[in-house]
Each structure stands twice: as structure tokens, then as C-alpha cells.
Design a protein around this ligand. Structure first.
Ligand SMILES: [Zn+2]
Ligand SMILES: [Zn+2]
Length: 107
């Protein structure tokens, strides 16, 4: 006998069983094997949809990570440029002070 139980009426199918369903390992008649094949197809479609959603989220995540990386890189560049500028101004100032206070009569 087919092992299919109607989910609404809970009535067991009275058809002769034909084959084992690879989806749920139940013995099913041809009609219900076809039903189960549709369930598998629907599940596959749902899985593909879920995979696409996860992929989109992953892409967003990668994009955000890339934005964060770029922002940190820009900040590092700015820090380096500022440090170089401060060193330059400092060196120039040391030179000016040294020049202004140079001994009038050299040794
Ligand atoms: Zn099945
Ligand atoms: Zn059946």
C-alpha cells in the first residue's frame, strides 16, 4: 500500500505501492511519487532563493568591508601626510631659529 497520508483528511492512500520515494523513503503510488517530486522541486527552488539571499547579504558584507578598508587606508594616508608636514614645518622652523640666532662673529 501507498504510505501517503492526506494532511487535511489524515486518510491513508489506498493505492498499491509502486516505489520507494528517494525524498522521504516512503513506499508511494505513482500519484504520490509525482507529488513528492513536486515538493522536492519546490524545496530546491526555495533553497536556490535562500542561497541567492545569502549571496546578496555576503556581497553587501564584502562591500561594507571594502568601504571600511578604504576608509582606514585613507585615514592612514592622511596621518602619514600630516606627520610629514609637521616634520617639514618643524625642520624649517629649526633652520629659521638657527639662522636668526647665528653668531654674528664667527670663530
Ligand atoms: Zn517523499
Ligand atoms: Zn498514494
Amino acid at each position: 500500500m501507498c504510505q501517503h497520508v492526506d494532511s487535511l483528511t489524515t486518510v491513508l492512500c489506498d493505492q498499491q505501492s509502486y516505489t520507494l520515494c528517494p525524498h522521504c523513503s516512503q513506499k508511494l503510488c505513482l500519484d504520490h511519487i509525482n507529488d513528492h517530486q513536486l515538493i522536492v522541486k519546490e524545496n530546491l527552488a526555495m533553497t536556490v532563493d535562500c542561497t541567492n539571499v545569502v549571496k546578496m547579504k555576503l556581497d553587501d558584507f564584502n562591500e561594507i568591508n571594502e568601504m571600511k578598508f578604504n576608509a582606514l587606508q585613507n585615514l592612514d594616508t592622511w596621518k602619514k601626510e600630516m606627520a610629514e608636514f609637521i616634520t617639514k614645518v618643524h625642520d624649517e622652523s629649526v633652520e629659521k631659529i638657527t639662522f636668526c640666532y647665528r653668531p654674528i662673529y664667527g670663530p
